[in-house]
Design a protein around this ligand. Structure first.
Ligand code: F6P
Length: 755
């Protein structure tokens, strides 16, 4: 209330000040104008009268003079007219005037002696008079003077009127301002604050609706505060839910890995040491958005999985700065804290030249190793130039990483993926005390397939520099050991799954990667209005089918997107009752588009979607909505939450985290997962509908099966899959990998490396 009063008093004070200055100005202007007008009228009258008066004085015709004066004296607002002789005595005057004026009349005397017109204001018997006197001459000889007495009281009346009028205006304006101020303050400030207070009270008391904070409708003035408090509320709700979950787990003596447990575990295990994670792809990328810079999270499982781990463990993530605006936001050491909205760890960016990126990333990694490791019948291409760049860039990463870990004793290094296969040895050669793991996110082929690579030995030797090599599945571990057995001199322990070579032992172990299934977040999202969300999304995409399917991929030939579209086409052919009833939304992020195979695939997928749509579409409906762009996790989650089915049809995939994300998102325990048998995820998510993406007929039937599945079966399958993802989440992955690595005995000097 105090602020309202202060606001009103200040506004009224300012209005009063303005009104006074304005009125004063208006009054003085009006006064000047009225006086000038009075003077003008007196002069005109005097001048027209003097010509008639002068001969009458000269000829002493006083009775004529009296008649003339009387006639003139009757004019409007004229109090009277008087004619004086040379000594200021009255010769003639209007009858009322004579008794009221003194003789000799001073102003008449001055006018005659000084020979000039004089005007002044006088008080004549209580009324304000404007007096104008002028000398009269005949043949240059003074013969008297003429005086005009004008009533001037109306000037004061008029000026008072102006003050009064302005006072009323001021009062009306003040009342209006008070009312408007009260309304605005109530509408935009005190109202929303009251709503906020109520909302925060509920939050404090732990009411469920804090999960979906009802932002005050009229709170635009408070929007920065609203956004901060909304975040705070969400964090609080999540923290509370997590605490409850922890408590529940303690009671049940369960040992689920949670974010908090990993945090505590890392605190104890790392004993203050930092974690060094190194990958080609960075977790946050800065790109230009018109004149602004925006931060995006690149598509792909690696980032989805590892960002939550780094948020908990802190440490340094070293990666290629591939965003066009990446250089703008780093400090002098090419570092920045991320995530931008809640900094939790350090990202150090490495810069690559165009040639390096072409040779190492597009060439050797993605035209060579990528198709080599995936059975998709795309021929790997190995070029010497690319291999040279691959080695050079691995050395560059090593140099920067070695600098980073310079001051750290037995640093913990987690290397990610096939781009950095040579890095483990490069690190260990210089820092044998470092504990190094490399995690291979993609499949490992059998020895025959791997034998295609002309630099097979160099790659294997580089990887075996690590203390641990991790894969998603035992099958890939076995393939790796077979490959080492085929191409290198080494001792393989098939019981322990390890390779010893040159005195170094490397453990080959499965660490099936996962997502950050968070029961707390889970409960938070469960309260969201699914129906409303579905309506909003359908409106956005412009179709209103009864059933909705979703697919989320980088546009990559390993993902089986054309096969998926073919299956949808076949499904509509076989089950035409679903025409107009089922739409599939593909959220496809273009990827690696400098490689021709990827450009061709993008064109093929677009063309297929067009062709199928053209064939089946009806007014207001189409079977495929292809949203070809990068989508944020928040955008993708919205689709996961409302989809009747999610299709993951990879032709070959190390794990595939889309499958796990879909499951983690379905707090409502609904939705069917259609999952390729060639993904690592299919080993764990047995309750998905497991499909062979090459079998179009089978997939069409499986879509039908998914859409006609009984509600109860859908829920049971989803519940079981959620238990799997919950129990094998990313915190467990990180906890197991890091603990295994930390507990390994690593020789402390490079000397001990030698046999
Ligand atoms: O699936 C293999 C993988 O390297 C992931 O680890 C990564 O998230 C994804 O491919 C993205 O690939 P890129 O970094 O080339 O966009």
């Amino acid at each position: 209330m105090k602020i309202t009063i202060r606001l009103i008093v200040s506004l009224v004070f300012v209005i009063a000040l303005v009104a006074i200055v304005f009125s004063y100005n208006q009054v003085s202007n009006e006064e000047k104008r009225l006086i000038a007008e009075l003077e003008r009228r007196a002069i005109i009258l005097a001048e027209s009268l003097q010509e008639s008066v002068k001969p009458l004085i000269e000829s002493n015709s006083f009775s004529k003079l009296n008649r003339l004066v009387e006639r003139f004296g009757n004019r409007e607002r004229l109090k009277g007219v008087a004619v004086f002789d040379n000594h200021g005595s009255i010769l003639s005057s209007t009858p009322d005037l004579a008794p009221k004026i003194s003789q000799p009349f001073p102003q008449a005397v001055i006018s005659i002696t000084e020979n000039r017109q004089i005007s002044s204001f006088k008080n004549l018997s209580g009324s304000k008079i404007y007096l104008y006197t002028m000398p009269l001459h005949q043949d240059d000889k003074a013969i008297g003077s003429l005086a005009i007495f004008h009533d001037a009281s109306y000037i004061d009346v008029r000026l008072k009127g102006i003050w009064k009028q302005n006072l009323f205006r001021f009062l009306a304006l003040s009342i209006l301002v008070v009312i408007i101020t009260l309304l605005v303050v109530r509408w935009s400030i005190t109202g929303p604050i009251a709503q906020f207070a109520e909302w925060m009270r509920e939050l404090r008391m732990g009411k469920d609706r804090v999960n979906e904070p009802a932002t005050p409708k009229r709170g635009d003035v408070l929007s920065p505060l609203i956004s901060e408090v909304t975040h705070l509320a969400k964090s609080l709700a999540i923290a509370r839910a997590r605490a409850e979950e922890e408590a529940r787990l303690r009671v049940q003596a369960e040992s689920l890995w949670t974010a908090n447990r990993l945090k505590e575990h890392m605190r104890v295990e790392l004993g203050g040491k930092k974690l060094y994670l190194i990958s080609n792809r960075e977790p946050y990328m800065h790109v230009k958005d018109g004149r602004n810079i925006k931060c995006i999270v690149p598509a792909g499982g690696l980032v989805t999985a590892l960002d939550p781990v780094m948020r908990i463990c802190d440490g340094v993530w070293i990666a290629h700065g591939g965003g066009e605006a990446d250089r703008v936001v780093v400090d002098g050491n090419d570092k920045l804290r991320v995530p931008p909205e809640e900094p939790a760890y350090t990202l150090k960016r490495i810069w690559l030249t165009k040639e390096e990126e072409n040779g190492y990333y597009y060439g050797f990694s993605n035209e060579g190793l990528w198709p080599l490791c995936h059975i998709t019948h795309t021929r790997p291409v190995f070029r010497l130039d690319d291999w040279v760049y691959y080695q050079k860039v691995n050395e560059k990463f090593a140099e920067i990483l070695l600098k980073e870990i310079g001051g750290e004793e037995s640093p913990l290094v987690l290397i990610q993926d096939y781009h950095l296969a040579l890095l483990p040895l490069l690190i260990k050669e210089k820092r044998p005390d470092a504990k190094v793991a490399i995690f291979w996110h993609i499949p490992w082929p059998n020895p025959e397939a791997f034998g295609i690579c002309p630099w097979q030995q160099e790659i294997l030797i580089g990887m075996l520099g690590a203390d641990i090599i991790g894969f998603h599945t035992q099958f890939h571990c076995n393939n790796f050991l077979d490959t080492v057995d085929r191409f290198l001199e080494s001792k393989i322990d098939w019981e322990q799954f390890s390779v010893t070579r040159g005195g170094n032992t490397t453990m080959i172990k499965t660490f099936p990667i996962s997502v950050s299934f968070d029961s707390a977040l889970d409960r938070v999202s469960a309260t969201q209005e699914k129906t409303l969300l579905r309506e909003t999304i359908l409106k956005e995409i412009g179709v209103h089918p009864k059933y909705l399917g979703v697919g989320v991929d980088r546009i990559d030939y390993t993902k089986g997107i054309p096969e998926r579209f073919r299956a949808i086409e076949r499904f509509l052919e076989k089950y035409p009752e679903y025409i107009g009833e089922f739409t599939f939304v593909e959220l496809g992020a273009p990827s690696r588009i400098h490689i021709k195979r990827y450009r061709d695939l993008l064109a093929e997928v677009e063309e297929m979607a067009d062709k199928i749509n053209w064939r089946f579409q009806t007014k207001g409906w189409k079977p495929i909505v292809f949203l070809k762009r990068h989508h944020s996790h928040e955008e993708i989650d919205r689709f996961y939450k409302i989809a009747d089915l999610c299709m993951v049809t990879s032709l070959h995939d190390g794990m595939n985290l889309v499958a796990k994300e879909f499951v983690a998102c379905r707090a409502d325990e609904d939705g069917v997962l259609v999952l390729s048998q060639f993904t690592g995820a299919s080993r764990e998510l047995k309750d998905a509908i497991i499909v062979n993406p090459y079998d179009i007929e089978g997939m069409a039937d499986d879509i039908y099966f998914a859409l006609t599945m009984e509600m109860i079966e859908r829920s049971e399958r989803m519940r079981r899959m959620r238990t799997v993802v919950k129990e094998h989440n990313i915190y467990g992955w990180a906890g197991n990998l890091i603990t295994t690595l930390l507990r390994l005995r690593v020789p402390a000097t490079s000397e001990s490396n030698k046999e």
